[in-house]
Design a protein around this ligand. Structure first.
Ligand SMILES: [Zn+2]
Ligand SMILES: [Zn+2]
Length: 363
């Protein structure tokens, strides 16, 4: 089947809208008509070369859509179902999967097509790599059945899409990775789409104080609407000292959501004794973090976080229940919608800090 897709061919170049070929579903695959796909910072990092990806690729890893066709062994979804796709596809059989950590699956390859098989995406004889095994910036996606979860049809798909990455990552970082406790104090370094999701997760968990830290005052104002109780602009005040003062001794949880070594250090230093710092952002490989080891005598911890420690096939429907109850605000996260052709502009707006999320929508 021929579809329109946004193809990234070179680093630091605009993506181009091209006709590409998507294969028919194999036995365990699902063909999904894309209805919406959020534009995430990881897509932009990839365009800038900060995340290495085989090229050419179709970016986009925060999609929702409607199932068109399924392979003969697929049982979890059927044509007509509304679905969210998530990059945390899992084999279901490796030690991580079996122990309940499918987001850390060590055999994702089991969900890809084999060497000898025709590629899922191509352009004539040219292989096109589906970014994050999804390729959401395209009119249709051919996915492994364990990369999708069925959702209720009353949820607008341009809202549901956010659960595919930003919400799963951010809300999951608070609820699953850190397990923020009721009455705790939380500092969040970075108030973009994922940072806002961490803030919402901390609010849902019952944190009593949530401090948003960002250099962009507009983002700080947005953070207050999503549940932040206080804000700090590091241009005006030292964030570590200010968090310690605001929390009267340090935060119980601190999240680094930008991907800068300095911010992880600050997140660690602003903790109360026995506090937990969570690295959510992607610090570029080659960079390193320097920590004063004395702080470890206060039993502070630093933990990693991969995609919000998700089990997305159960998490996503739970998050959508919270949305329906008004406890998770997805509506305000969608700053703009745009057609596929608007992707380069969406990247520009993201870089300029103008949006929490642009969601690309398809007819
Ligand atoms: Zn993402
Ligand atoms: Zn696995």
């Amino acid at each position: 089947m021929k579809i329109k897709a946004a193809v990234m061919r070179e680093v630091n170049r605009p993506v181009s809208i091209e006709d590409v070929d998507v294969a028919a579903p194999g036995p365990d695959e699902v063909l999904v008509k894309t209805v919406a796909c959020g534009v995430c910072h990881s897509d932009l990092h990839t365009v800038h070369g900060g995340i290495a990806a085989p090229l050419p690729t179709v970016l986009g890893h925060e999609p929702a859509g409607i199932v068109l066709e399924v392979g003969e062994r697929v049982r979890n979804v059927a044509p007509g179902d509304h679905v969210i796709a998530c990059t945390s596809m899992f084999c279901g059989a490796c030690p991580q999967c079996v122990q309940g950590w499918p987001h850390l699956c060590t055999d994702r390859g089991a969900c890809r097509r084999g060497e000898g098989e025709a590629p899922r995406l191509s352009r004539g004889s040219e292989l096109i790599h589906p970014y994050a095994d999804l390729a959401g910036f395209a009119e249709a996606m051919l996915l492994h059945s364990r990369a999708v979860v069925k959702i209720d049809k009353d949820i607008p798909l341009d809202r549901a899409a956010l659960v595919g990455c930003a919400v799963t990552t951010g809300v999951g970082a608070a609820l699953n990775s850190a397990q923020v406790t009721p009455g705790s104090t939380v500092a969040v370094f970075g108030a973009g789409g994922v940072g806002i999701s961490v803030i919402q997760g901390a609010r849902i968990a019952g944190a009593r104080q949530i401090i948003a830290i960002d250099l962009n005052d507009a983002k700080l104002a947005t953070a207050l609407k999503f549940g932040a109780t206080d804000t700090i602009n590091p241009a005006n005040a030292d964030p570590v000292k200010t968090v310690k003062k605001m929390t009267r001794g340090g935060a119980d949880f601190a999240f680094e959501v930008v991907g800068l070594p300095k911010l992880l250090e600050q997140a660690f230093y602003c903790l109360a004794p026995r506090g937990t710092a969570v690295l959510v952002g992607a610090i570029a490989s080659g960079q390193s973090v320097t920590l004063n080891p004395g702080h470890f005598f206060q039993e502070k911890r630093i933990i990693g976080c991969m995609m919000g420690s998700n089990r997305f096939t159960v998490d996503a429907p739970h998050y959508l229940d919270l949305y329906r109850q008004g406890r998770l605000d997805l509506d305000s996260m969608v700053t703009r919608t745009a057609p596929l052709e608007g992707l380069n502009e969406a990247f520009r707006a993201m870089e300029a800090g103008e949006v929490t999320r642009t969601v690309l929508t398809f007819n």
